[in-house]
Structure formats: structure tokens, C-alpha cells
Ligand binder design. Structure first.
Ligand code: SF4
Length: 88
């Protein structure tokens, strides 16, 4: 099933079912996961459109697991950093 990344009129990010924020890859950061959800994933377009993970997906078609929604680096800086591709 293709995900529509340009859907801007829904409350939740279209990536929620596969995003590491939801699938548990970030489970060691569990205290922060709920805050990320409230700030980005479940906050409507004003929230998820600010998510760095979603921004990277729009450019590259995927986002490395080791990237958080509030990463303030550029997409290029993140994608050229080997640590972005590490595992939590
Ligand atoms: S972390 Fe970003 S890409 Fe993942 S579900 Fe939340 S808003 Fe979408």
C-alpha cells in the first residue's frame, strides 16, 4: 500500500504504522516517545510537517532509524553522518 506523504488534512502522520517512534525501535527512549507523539505525530499538519524524519522521507524515500523528530541538522548533514544509520 502506498503512503500519501502529502496528506495535510489529517490529525496523525501517515507514517505512524511503520515509524520507529511507534514500532518500538526507540523503546529505550520511551519516556520521550509520548512527548514526540504529542508534539509531532499526533499534532496534525502543524506538528508532523515539522518532523525531521518526515522531511527526510520526502527527500530520500526513507529515513534511517537513528534519527529523531527534533533533529535540528539539515537533511544533508544527517544523511552524511554514519551514526544516523546505527541502531539504537
Ligand atoms: S516521528 Fe515523524 S515520521 Fe514518525 S510518525 Fe511521527 S511525525 Fe511521522
Amino acid at each position: 500500500m502506498e503512503t500519501n506523504l502529502n496528506t495535510c488534512d489529517i490529525k496523525e502522520c501517515a507514517r505512524e504504522k511503520t515509524c520507529p517512534i511507534y514500532t518500538g525501535v526507540l523503546r529505550y527512549l520511551q519516556p520521550y516517545v509520548e512527548a514526540y507523539k504529542q508534539t509531532y505525530c499526533d499534532a496534525g499538519p502543524d506538528g508532523y510537517e515539522k518532523c525531521k524524519r518526515l522531511e527526510i522521507v520526502k527527500v530520500h524515500g526513507f529515513c534511517p532509524e537513528n534519527v529523531l523528530p527534533d533533529d535540528d541538522r539539515t537533511v544533508e548533514e544527517i544523511m552524511s553522518d554514519p551514526e544516523s544509520f546505527g541502531k539504537f
